[in-house]
Ligand binder design. Structure first.
Ligand SMILES: [Fe+2]
Length: 192
């Protein structure tokens, strides 16, 4: 077994312990964040991601779907300068942790009255830069975008539940204020 696989398996065991002891999803995810930070900071994990395939074309690598608790671990491999779309993850909590490269995480507020399902005015409220080892916790329905940096970037994504094929998420177009409902990225099964 590779060192990355062993670290990954240990992380899953640690998450199982946290989730078994804590029923509240927000608290589970807050307690999972430091474990995830430790995982994406591991040099062996970062090195393993160097030859992961590109996920261009709205794809994610699917590393794990948890049979006990239903959480999902994906990876995304972005080309340099990748423009990210503005979106939410519906009711799911998401931890987004960088393994390689730099990205900026943009956060948006919805500033209209929310009365129309197909229309939203969104306003950029903050940008945080991340590099290898940085983890962001994205709460349910938080509107955000991940923007690629000047080089290839790789992130691990921990989702609190299965979304693709189950729940629709929202894409926001700040130029036209259109909102579209859409399924998540195509899931490509992948082993470490
Ligand atoms: Fe996202």
């Amino acid at each position: 077994m590779s060192e990355a696989q062993a670290l990954f398996d240990r992380f899953i065991d640690d998450v199982h312990r946290v989730w078994a002891a804590e029923p509240d999803m927000g608290a589970r995810m807050a307690q999972t964040k430091p474990l995830f930070e430790k995982l994406v900071a591991q040099p062996a994990m970062q090195a393993a991601s160097a030859d992961w395939p590109s996920t261009e074309g709205r794809k994610n690598l699917l590393l794990h779907t948890d049979p006990t608790f239903g959480f999902v671990i994906n990876a995304v491999v972005r080309v340099p300068g990748r423009k990210g779309s503005v979106h939410d993850h519906a009711q799911a909590y998401v931890l987004y942790g960088l393994l390689e490269g730099t990205e900026s995480l943009e956060r948006y507020d919805r500033v209209d009255d929310g009365s129309r399902a197909d229309y939203a005015e969104v306003k950029l409220t903050g940008v945080t830069m991340g590099g290898p080892g940085t983890v962001d916790l994205v709460p349910p329905y938080a509107i955000h975008a991940e923007q690629g940096g000047p080089s290839r970037s790789v992130a691990l994504i921990f989702r609190s539940e299965v979304l693709v094929g189950r729940l629709l998420q929202h894409g926001y177009d700040p130029a036209t204020n259109a909102v579209i409902e859409r399924s998540g990225p195509v899931q490509i099964p992948f082993s470490l």
